[in-house]
Design a protein around this ligand. Structure first.
Ligand code: SF4
Length: 372
């Protein structure tokens, strides 16, 4: 671990590099805790380029913590629609209401209070407290851990507890006490730009002289690979009704309907948002879908529904590889399903829906046009 003069030089070089070369990102133009919090939540598992338009639209609609707390959850989810990991939006909304109820609408500045908010763990709390309030809290996530592991030539699985504890100590020791917010962002920026997972650009790195991983020629081999969880394949079938006006049916999130979805994977994969009637299949998809529609009390007199297969949709969520078989069912009048809403098939995002549901709608629309 770096100490004394070496540590001082390391801090100075990294900070001055960050101050000169940092990317101009919308959330870096403010120290407002609400904006910092929002950006940190959106950036979890999501690329910067994908976050920027969402961040800007979200702040336009919910310009303050009070505005967010006062909005209906459905509206918040609609502005999150397409960004994925929807529990982030639900927690953000709940946390905003908690801040209004318990802190008069002012984002708390005590670590314990911040950690008591839903959806905020150690990393996010440290990021907000250091950037918005200048507190000495070092961040450590996978990105920063990779930089530290390379700097110190740390081998093995970084997520194993003793190793992670060592990295935490290291992150704390390196933190620049006079500028903790900038320091944390500098570490994140180095990990996101030059010290990237696959090919670290050591020749351009402002702290290359302090890097043990580079000196040993093993920088690009670190961190060592974790054991991968086995992939699980999931097959689903979805019923996409379409009436003569181009309207379709979406089911409300399972928790709202207060019933257990018969397809175990469906609520998770649809992120507990609005979705097409969907069921897990392992044999005849149409037969299974007919059975599912019967359970939803959709009447199909004389088996007159025609199930037109659209192109299969593939979707990967962490270790799950999902294949959805969408079936378009053209009807004069949409059937009635308790808790379902009628929306235009070409504009299903008027309701909060997941990326998977969007892909299914696109496939069904393409099937509509190719059938014409
Ligand atoms: Fe990362 Fe290379 Fe810089 Fe080391 S020298 S911190 S491996 S970019």
């Amino acid at each position: 671990m770096l100490k004394g003069r070496e540590l001082a030089a390391f801090r100075k070089q990294l900070l001055s590099w960050f101050r000169q070369s940092q990317r101009d990102l919308p959330w870096r133009r403010t120290r407002d805790a609400y904006c910092v919090w929002l950006s940190e939540i959106m950036l979890q598992q999501t690329r910067v380029a994908a976050v920027i338009p969402y961040y800007e639209r979200f702040l336009e609609r919910f310009p303050s913590l009070h505005a967010l707390a006062a909005a209906p959850e459905e509206e918040v989810l609609r502005f999150w629609s397409g960004l994925g990991y929807y529990s982030r939006a639900r927690n953000l909304h709940k946390a905003a209401q908690q801040i209004v109820a318990e802190h008069g609408g002012k984002f708390p500045s005590r670590l314990g209070d911040v950690l008591a908010l839903p959806g905020i763990g150690n990393y996010t709390a440290a990021a907000i407290l250091s950037i918005a309030f200048g507190q000495k809290q070092a961040v450590l996530d996978g990105n920063v851990a990779r930089v530290l592991a390379r700097l110190g030539a740390v081998r093995g699985d970084l997520r194993e507890s003793p190793r992670w504890q060592e990295l935490l100590k290291c992150a704390d020791a390196y933190l620049e006490p006079k500028s903790p917010g900038d320091w944390n962002q500098a570490m994140m920026e180095l990990g996101a730009t030059l010290c990237s997972p696959k090919s670290p650009q050591c020749l351009l790195c402002p702290v290359t002289q302090f890097c043990e991983g580079r000196k040993l020629g093993i920088a690009d081999l670190l961190p060592e690979k974790r054991k991968k969880r086995a992939t699980v394949e999931i097959r689903l079938a979805a019923a996409v009704f379409a009436d003569e006006r181009g309207r379709t049916l979406l089911l409300s999130p399972p928790e709202k309907r207060n019933v257990q979805s018969p397809a175990d994977h469906v609520p998770t994969l649809a992120s507990n948002l609005w979705h097409f009637p969907t069921v897990s299949v392992n044999g005849d998809a149409v037969a299974k879908l007919r059975g599912h529609l019967r359970k939803l009390q959709v009447r199909d007199r004389n088996s007159s529904f025609r199930f037109v297969a659209a192109e299969k949709v593939r979707h990967t969520v962490t270790y799950r590889e999902v294949t959805v078989e969408p079936f378009r069912i053209s009807v004069k009048k949409l059937p009635r399903i308790k808790g379902a809403e009628q929306v235009p098939l070409s504009e299903i995002t008027v309701l909060p829906v997941s990326n998977l549901t969007r892909k299914v709608a696109r496939a069904a629309l393409a099937a509509t046009s190719s059938a014409q």
